[in-house]
Design a protein around this ligand. Structure first.
Ligand code: ZN
Length: 104
């Protein structure tokens, strides 16, 4: 029922994934218990959410959220896939892959 999350957390989250994380926080808030979200980040192309106090039920939701990001462009939220650009993993749509490559 309680989610303790620094409001800035969504600011650290890649923009395209922010809606997923926002929805996750809402879902977590409906469950019993107290969970603290310590960090949300792009860990080598995969969304990583670090929490304290998550119950098994919460962890399941968190894992599902992280898995969803594997197919969503981290920049715009459109369908995407893992691409390695400049030796880093990104989840990008075609448009953002082109953009990354042009900057590389
Ligand atoms: Zn994109």
């Amino acid at each position: 029922m309680t989610v303790i999350a620094d409001p800035r957390i969504t600011g650290y989250c890649p923009t395209g994934w922010t809606p997923l994380v926002t929805a996750l926080i809402k879902d977590l808030a409906m469950l019993e218990g107290v969970v603290e979200i310590n960090s949300v980040k792009n860990n080598n192309g995969v969304l990583a959410i670090n929490t304290t106090g998550a119950t098994d039920e919460m962890q399941l939701l968190i894992n599902q959220c992280c898995m969803q990001t594997e197919e969503i462009c981290q920049f715009c939220g459109m369908p995407g896939e893992v691409k390695v650009v400049t030796e880093k993993n990104y989840i990008v749509c075609q448009r953002h892959e082109t953009q990354l490559l042009s900057r590389a």
